[in-house]
Design a protein around this ligand. Structure first.
Ligand SMILES: [Zn+2]
Length: 276
């Protein structure tokens, strides 16, 4: 059976989408401890304390309800398996197995909505749309949160307003077609570029939903027809989107200030934000 793995790295939040013919097997190791919750099978490979399982279960069920309500017209094929792995690494989603994985040393409950969004939509569309809706859902459900990758310190609209101020915004034409959403703390210009596409995908999704409504966004998701669905050329849509974010966030933080609020290490982003 064909399987797709969607991976994003904590703390470096790189994202990888890989599809192949081999299903991803659980790691070899001690017998995992299994926990049942109404909508999840939790596979604890790390042997964490019961209190961790309790808070994890509570967060999973709460976000299952909230994310599921957002994706009401989508149907999950089955109960979700949540694998809690030993060590640290990247939360990832294995769509073909309807599973999501996180790591005991870097357990990130704030990532659950993002991961669940990928399981609900099954990652069937272009990355700009899939990542855009996952980032949007996180912002929608946790509007006060400023510590969620890939937007750190300020929301995607504010970041795009900063790109606009610095003349470093990626065009909608380019961002929409971007294939590379993988980035890491290696901090190359490619890493920074991939991060910026993530930000723009989230901001664009919010703009479409705020402007045209949720149903129109899902029409775009299904049709992949940007101009036909939203009624304008790519350049016209880009102009309206960027104007909205500039007007909404005239006093956005600088890159260093935004990252400083969350003690972030992603300083390599700042040269990209300045268009360097
Ligand atoms: Zn993602």
């Amino acid at each position: 059976m064909r399987s797709c793995v969607v991976r994003f790295v904590v703390p470096s939040i790189a994202l990888l989408v890989a599809c192949g013919s081999e299903p991803v097997a659980l790691d070899e190791g001690p017998e995992p401890i299994l926990y049942d919750t109404p909508n999840f099978l939790i596979v604890d490979e790390a042997g964490v304390p019961a209190a961790v399982i309790d808070s994890l279960s509570e967060a999973l069920e709460m976000e299952w309800e909230r994310v599921g309500a957002f994706f009401a017209e989508f149907i999950l094929p089955d109960r979700i398996t949540f694998i809690l792995r030993a060590g640290d690494g990247s939360p990832f989603v294995t769509v073909g197995e309807n599973s999501m994985s996180q790591w005991a040393s870097t357990l990130a409950l704030n990532y659950i909505p993002h991961q669940l969004a990928h399981l609900w939509t099954r990652y069937t569309r272009r990355p700009f749309l899939e990542e855009g809706i996952a980032v949007y859902v996180t912002e929608f459900l946790m509007p006060e949160n400023r510590d969620v990758h890939p937007y750190r310190g300020q929301v995607p609209h504010a970041w795009v307003a900063l790109f606009e101020l610095n003349g470093s915004t990626l065009s909608l034409f380019s961002a929409y077609r971007a294939r590379n959403f993988v980035f890491s703390f290696a901090g190359s210009s490619q890493d920074a570029l991939a991060w910026q596409v993530f930000i723009e995908a989230g901001s664009f999704t919010r703009w479409v939903i705020d402007t045209f409504g949720r149903d129109v966004w899902f029409e775009l998701f299904r049709s992949d027809d940007l101009g036909g669905t939203l009624g304008g050329s790519t350049a016209e849509l880009e102009d309206a989107w960027f104007r909205t974010v500039r007007e909404a966030y005239p006093n956005q933080l600088s890159c260093e200030e935004a990252l400083g609020t969350v003690g972030s290490r992603e300083v390599f982003w700042c040269s990209r934000a300045r268009g360097q």
